[in-house]
Structure formats: structure tokens, C-alpha cells
Write a protein that binds this ligand. Structure first.
Ligand SMILES: [Zn+2]
Length: 166
């Protein structure tokens, strides 16, 4: 899931339309690459791994969610990224360093190829909507995962929402 810079609505970080386009683009691209892998390898496991990498990389958003909301899960809060109210953004799998490690691993463990490919495609799409270094784990780490420093437009939204609630 990516978080556009120009997302708007009083209570959400991402519009319904942006969310839909984001999910759809990940599903379509992961499917296309899965088909490619199937044509090349004839292995269903490669199809599965490519889709796993391309779509389920987004499970790391759950970590950010649960760190903020605890076990109180609400789909709406999750989909509209309301856990960004925390002012933090970890999304550990959305990291070029992690992708690089996977590709290095893929030299030795062949089934990591479709997984790394799926995740790479996902992150390339997400990267299109973000400022340069956002998807580098070291960059986020160096900035204490603070949205203030990583993506000021989000933290502005978070502050505004806090003020309206007070
Ligand atoms: Zn994503």
C-alpha cells in the first residue's frame, strides 16, 4: 500500500480512490509477473511466491497498526492508514535494503527469485509516490521513523486531526 502525498479528507490519509488504484496496480502487476514466471518455469510455486511478494509485502502495515492501536482492529482504520496518527512509520518490508538482501539470497536459493521480483515490483510502484529516500530502512531508522522528518505532509495531516479532536 502506498501513501500518496496529496491525499485528502478530514479523517483519512488516503482517499478511497487512491487506495483502490494502489491495490489494483499491485494486484495487476503481481499477476502479470506471475504469468511470466509460469510461462518461463511452469512452476505454480513461483506464481504463488511472486504474488506473495507483490501483494503480501503490505502485511508490514499491520505491524505499524498494532503498535499504535494494540489488538483493537478496525478495517477502516487500517485501510485509511489512521495508524499514522502515531507519527511513526516503520513498514519494515518496504525497504530497499531488505529487497537487496533477498536478491543476494536469490543467488543461492532459487525460489527467492519470484519472491524478490514480486516485492521489487511492489516497491517500485510505491516509490513513484514518495520522496527519494523514504523506502530506505536506514533513512527511516536515522530519522527515528518520525513522519515529521520522513513525510512532512502526513505529519501535517496528523497534527490537524489531533487539533480538531481536542
Ligand atoms: Zn506497499
Amino acid at each position: 500500500m502506498n501513501h500518496e502525498k496529496s491525499i485528502k479528507s478530514e479523517s483519512e490519509y488516503i482517499t478511497r480512490r487512491a487506495l483502490f488504484i494502489d491495490l489494483l496496480s499491485h494486484v495487476i502487476l503481481a499477476s502479470l509477473f506471475s504469468i511470466f514466471f509460469y510461462v518461463v518455469t511452469h512452476k505454480i510455486s513461483w506464481v504463488f511466491l511472486c504474488i506473495l511478494g507483490g501483494i503480501f509485502i503490505d502485511i508490514d502495515h499491520f505491524i505499524d497498526y498494532f503498535l499504535y492501536y494494540g489488538r483493537n482492529f478496525r478495517l477502516g482504520h487500517f485501510c485509511y492508514c489512521r495508524y499514522l496518527d502515531s507519527g511513526k512509520c516503520y513498514i519494515f518490508f518496504h525497504s530497499w535494503e531488505f529487497i537487496l538482501l533477498l536478491w543476494i539470497g536469490a543467488f543461492f536459493i532459487v525460489w527467492l527469485v519470484p519472491l524478490a521480483a514480486g516485492m521489487s515490483i511492489h516497491l517500485i510502484v510505491d516509490q513513484l509516490s514518495k520522496s527519494g529516500k523514504f523506502y530506505f530502512l536506514l533513512f527511516r531508522w536515522n530519522n527515528q521513523f518520525d513522519l515529521d522528518k520522513l513525510e512532512p505532509s502526513y505529519s501535517e495531516m496528523a497534527k490537524k486531526k489531533k487539533q480538531t479532536r481536542e
